[in-house]
Design a protein around this ligand. Sequence first.
Ligand SMILES: [Zn+2]
Length: 212
Amino acid sequence: MFHKLLFLQYIMQTVCKYCANILCESIIFFVIFVPKKQKINNMERIWSPWRSQYIDNLNDNDKKNKIEKKCFLCDAINSDGNSNKENLIVARREKCIIIMNKYPYNSGHTLIVPLRHIADFLELENEELVSIMNTIQEVVAAIKQLFNPHGFNIGINIGQSAGAGLPDHLHFHIVPRWNGDANFTTTVADIKIISHSIEDTRAKLAEILIQK
Ligand SMILES: [Zn+2]
């Protein structure tokens, strides 16, 4: 930092010697240092402004669901096999289900959901953990076969403050990623291009996963 300040002083003395006051120093400081700061903070982000309506409604829905004791994941789990399509269920496993995310970050965004309605990650039993991790592997392999993405984000949001849309029922996210999938249309125009329909993706993944 010190050598940068010396460099700045050198510029002040040579280029700007007739105007070497605080205002001028401030301008040069911002020209030289602020872009650097922005560059440090310019990490790659996955933008999801199309989810904002969903997020805005979360509190209302959460209150309503608490009063009515409703959980759409439990509804899907408890539904019969004939309504897998309308509930966006891809496949069922011994201790969890695979379901498409209705508000995806990307094509192929799926959720792995334990059958038990629990919020606390520490409550997951060993058999559930094994079943969930095996299922995550299965789904990653199926998405690779179907879409061949460049990468994945796999994770779990615990609690509303961590971004959980439905904090009362744990669920693991699998989000396929492509180079440049958070591009200028997302940032500038609030438009996210999801290139595959959720229903089609559900059907194709179901075909791969149910055959196993
Ligand atoms: Zn539930």
